[in-house]
Design a binder for this molecule. Structure first.
Ligand SMILES: Cc1ncc(COP(=O)(O)O)c(C=O)c1O
Length: 397
């Protein structure tokens, strides 16, 4: 028998966002709203910090858990922003991106044959990584109640089996823009403690948050969605995944981090040796600078994102048969289109006919079919054109 690709590798489902993007990449002039990244380049001060780090000799291997100075910078950031004290030596692991933090965190929580509950619709990578760990995914969709998504706690309880070891949720959510309330966080923690589960919170969008402020009030200097780390003790089986990608426009840099209970963080550090060893050395130094000096650029980006969100919401509200819950965070809209049963086919036709590239809701797992995801971190003119073309396309269906 010729050697074949392992059945467990073949069982991992491909990303349907990528499938759509591959069609778009063969076309010219596409309005690209399918990927989850800002069109803004990395701010200059961060690029300069990386150049300086290279000149200063940060071109060698670092510790598996990341440079001590980077871990200290992350600990300081949590203390100042979230009021949470972390031990930089034991509870923080710098990773080569958020997705690598998810990989190593999930690998440390699951044995082959274990089960993980993933709250969906969600970025597909969490479920795929569970499959890559030879474990089983049970997706539990959020439910829409009165225009706002909520966690279906009864469905979570019903999905737990004796093999369940992990509960993964994303807040702020990609693609929903939903943000866990304090009450949600309390209940998730209580459930994880009672059922002996690891609770993995993907918080990569925590700084892209739009709190409802009283009219004419001044927004606080530093806006953030409160982390689960504020509620959890350091003994809780809790992991938080983070990234420099979204907040500081550093998607191509591949630097992120994980906060976890000490025993898991130590194992993740050790496994890092065999996965990527560590995040790029000069990227880690640049990340320290981003944490220190990023607030001004972030504030400007958030003004733009809020305006983009509102522009798209207003346009979508005029399209018949389209319902769009108002996102509280991240940079996505997830409109539900009446009667839509094949979101991939819809997005492909929209792309081919109008050159508007959206991500199909089906890509985001249970509860996603029937919707499409719009990433609004693009130029205003692109969004305006995309909304006109989407509206016309819907009318012509
Ligand atoms: C919910 C979520 N988590 C994690 C990531 C990973 O980001 P990165 O690997 O670029 O750090 C993404 C990227 O789109 C995301 O949407």
């Amino acid at each position: 028998m010729p050697a074949s690709v392992a059945a467990s590798a073949l069982a991992v489902e491909h990303s349907r966002i990528r499938e759509l993007a591959e069609v778009a990449m063969t076309m010219n002039g596409v309005l690209k709203l399918y990927f989850g990244e800002s069109n803004l380049p990395t701010p200059e001060y961060i690029k300069r910090a990386a150049q300086k780090a290279m000149a200063d000799g940060f071109t060698f291997y670092t510790e598996n858990a990341g440079l001590p100075s980077t871990r200290q910078a992350i600990a300081r950031y949590y203390e100042e922003l979230q009021g949470v004290r972390l031990d930089p030596a034991g509870e923080i692991v710098v990773t080569a991106s958020g997705v690598q933090a998810l990989n190593v965190g999930i690998r440390c929580a699951l044995d082959p044959g274990d089960e993980a509950i993933v709250l969906t619709p969600a970025w597909p990578n969490g479920s795929a990584i569970v499959q890559m760990a030879n474990a089983l995914v049970r997706q539990v969709p959020h439910v829409l109640c009165g225009g706002r998504y909520e966690i279906d706690f009864d469905a979570i309880e019903a999905a737990i089996t004796p093999r369940t070891r992990l509960l993964l949720y994303t807040s702020p959510s990609n693609p929903l823009g939903w943000v866990a309330t304090e009450a949600d966080q309390d209940r998730l923690l209580e459930l994880a403690r009672r059922r002996d589960l690891w609770l993995l919170a993907d918080e990569v969008y925590d700084r892209l948050y739009y709190p409802d402020l009283p009219p004419k009030s001044k927004p606080p200097d530093r806006v953030f969605a409160p982390s689960i780390l504020r509620k959890a003790t350091r003994e809780d089986a809790v992991m938080v995944v983070q990234s420099f990608s979204k907040t500081w426009c550093m998607t191509g840099w591949r630097v992120g981090w994980m906060v976890a209970r000490k025993d898991l963080a130590a194992r993740a550090t050790m496994l890092n040796e065999f996965i990527v060893s560590h995040a790029p050395s000069f990227g880690q130094r640049a990340g320290e600078t981003a944490l220190l000096w990023g607030e001004m650029a972030l504030r400007e980006m958030m003004i733009r994102l809020r305006a983009n969100r509102d522009l798209c919401l207003a346009a979508l509200s005029k399209m018949p048969g389209v319902t769009t819950p108002k996102p509280e965070g991240a940079f996505y809209l997830f409109p539900k289109i009446e009667g839509l049963t094949d979101s991939f086919g819809f997005c492909k036709k929209l792309l081919l006919d109008t050159s508007v590239g959206l991500a199909p809701g089906v890509a985001f797992g249970a509860g996603g079919e029937g919707s499409v995801r719009i990433c609004y971190a693009a130029e205003r003119e692109i969004l305006e054109q995309a909304m006109v073309r989407l509206g016309d396309f819907l009318k012509s269906r």
